[in-house]
Unconditional design. Structure first.
Length: 321
């Protein structure tokens, strides 16, 4: 029996104004861009076209269709059980990061491949470089501690012409480091981005997934299914998000004049206070907290720079003109 058809808003107003994902999914267009999606599209209980978001294969194929349709990516795949990122949220991070750069450039977003970004934890999907290069023409360094993630992202880059000249992958040789071993001597990075591991242990990550599924299904799940996937290093690290970001802040001091804006996602509001304290202690010249909202989830980006106003001016004049 069909339920009364839902009235959906025409736009997802919580997403960034420049997001390509503010409208509802047009499955006819998505299937045209990626025929592999067709077997997964079905009418839901409200008689709306949809996919089963509890099916990892459906979620992965939907991502493949979104990347093909909106970003011109014709060849994209990730290894089994690796993180399938929710693309609208990742796109929002890129757009808000672009706005941040604009605040340091008299309101104009710097574009083109002279703008170099470092994606800390690029993962197997290469998602931030794909979106950032398509939207603003930026070039990227994608860093990760996992060789298979690097190999997967390299395959995506090498299979898509527009990425080949604009994305470089680097393996982090020491998992205790973040920028050391990645940023080279005399290299200048305009922006770093990071989606840090959320949980502090595998057990915590699994418990969080169980809660998420239970809330969505309104019943206790029979078994754990990571519909968006995720390897250990993608989901958790010792000390969780707070410890990871605090280590990032400390290490960023060593590269104070090598990077204009350091940024990271902070998913847990409770971690914000300690992160801001660490930044103040580290001597950051400017600190910004940028709120983001996707549906019922509220998140934020924390950004900082060690450059003073004169150094910022010299950077802007030498790199963004």
């Amino acid at each position: 029996m069909l339920l009364k058809k839902k009235e959906h808003p025409k736009e997802k107003s919580e997403l960034h104004p420049r997001s390509r994902h503010r409208g509802r999914y047009n499955f006819e267009q998505l299937v045209a861009s990626c025929p592999e999606l067709k077997p997964f599209v079905r009418l839901n209980e409200y008689n709306d076209a949809s996919v089963d978001f509890f099916d990892p294969k459906a979620v992965k194929t939907l991502n493949k269709a979104l990347l093909a349709h909106f970003y011109g990516i014709k060849h994209w795949d990730i290894p089994q059980h690796y993180l399938t990122p929710p693309i609208p949220g990742r796109a929002d991070y890129i757009h808000y990061a672009a706005d941040l750069l604009a605040t340091s450039n008299k309101g104009k977003i710097p574009t083109g491949n002279k703008v170099k970004c470092l994606d800390v934890g690029v993962g197997a999907s290469c998602i931030y470089p794909i979106i950032g290069n398509k939207e603003y023409g930026w070039s990227f360094i994608g860093a990760d501690i996992d060789p298979l993630s690097i190999k997967s992202s390299e395959s995506i880059v090498n299979s898509n012409t527009q990425l080949k000249e604009n994305v470089e992958l680097r393996l982090q040789p020491n998992p205790k480091h973040i920028f050391q071993g990645i940023i080279k001597q005399n290299e200048h990075i305009d922006l770093t981005i990071c989606n840090p591991p959320f949980h502090s242990s595998l057990a915590e990550a699994q418990a969080g997934t169980m809660r998420k599924i239970k809330n969505l299904q309104q019943k206790k799940p029979a078994k754990l299914t990571l519909n968006f996937g995720g390897q250990n290093a993608e989901l958790w690290c010792e000390g969780g998000e707070a410890r990871f970001v605090e280590n990032m802040v400390k290490e960023s001091q060593q590269f104070a004049t090598s990077c204009f804006w350091f940024t990271t996602l902070i998913s847990k509001a409770a971690n914000l206070k300690s992160v801001l304290y660490s930044l103040d202690k580290a001597g950051a010249q400017t600190i910004e907290t940028i709120p983001m909202g996707q549906g019922n989830k509220i998140s934020r980006i924390v950004a900082w720079t060690f450059l003073n106003k004169e150094q910022q001016k010299l950077w802007r004049e030498s790199r963004w003109k």
